[in-house]
Design a protein around this ligand. Sequence first.
Ligand SMILES: Cc1ncc(COP(=O)(O)O)c(C=O)c1O
Length: 386
Amino acid sequence: MRYVYLDNAATTKTAEEVVEFMQEVFTEKYGNASSFHKKGREAKQLLEWARDVIAKKVKAKSESVIFTSGGTESNNLAIKGLAFHELIKNKAKKHIIVTSCIEHSALLNTCKWLEHFGFKTIKLDVDRQGFINLHQLQDVLENYSKQILVVSIMTANNEIGTIQPIKEIAKLCNEHHIVFHTDAVQALGKIDNEITLKHADMISISSHKLHGPKGVGALIVREEVKQKLMPLLHGGPHEFKLRAGTENLPCIAGFAKALQLLKEKDKQHMIKLRNKLIKELSDVASLNGPYDEKAIKRACHNTNFWFGVDSEFMGLWLDAKNIATSAGSACHTASPKPSHVLLAIGLSKEKAKQCLRLTLSKYTTLEEIEYAIDCIKTFTRKYASK
Ligand SMILES: Cc1ncc(COP(=O)(O)O)c(C=O)c1O
């Protein structure tokens, strides 16, 4: 029976080559990378190979890669790591965190929690397509430059795919000597050229969004910024003393393998299917987020539409047809609240509850997209005007 998985922004299928590779690590390379014996050395070698693969992808030195349990932990380490260091060393003289109102909850809730310790969050607005306003950022930087701890703006949005002007943001932060972090979880492998340590001081990435295993990711940190980070986990000296605990080698190796498997042609494939979806659904839905055929302003795997029908009802109807979609961020599916991202781009509460996100991967086929389009059109003919 056909199953059309269009929820790849939530997570992706682990590539078979990755599973095979990890299998060998589980059964053969099971040593602890900190052990001195042969099995330990073998594990250490594999760990450093994976670090190197990931570092090359973001044009960083391998010492810049700190393995974590995923995007959530990477965002927490970046922001809390800086905040606790500042709190302990300088009594939080720099206590303002500048971010956007459409960040992932892993970032926004980290900032919110830090407010218990006296930190303040400034959330930049976004326009109807989800872009921040660089003039607003510049004003904030000029007005508060001495108090700002970090600017954190995501590279690509997980709900509407908007790709922020990372180079320009980095330039502004640089001019004001302010640390710039970007959550690139939805961008890695989708818009490679933008995500390097040349632009950001810290980058959060996650393996399971690109056909790697779940529960592993990394924070890439520029050397000078590493000194300003406090670890969240205390214990052994793993990961340059920034993340204690025996490394999850099978998943780390799987993450690197998944990155190696990504090809430019996969991106082109997703762009083609995505553009077809957008074009063919234009008469029954309106697109949320930017439209751009070449995926320069919108991540290549993302679509999000307003259909004018309750998204839960529509999602379940499509689920019965074996089509997996999402009403927004997977972290909020249990929440009855409308998406903060859709509200931020100007949708009413009612409209924000009538949207579905359809996200692609390199495994999505043309036949699957055609089947999804057919089913969606059947659905909207039946229910959209009622
Ligand atoms: C933009 C963004 N940041 C962070 C995360 C959290 O990543 P992880 O699931 O690896 O913790 C996600 C996952 O949905 C995401 O889309």
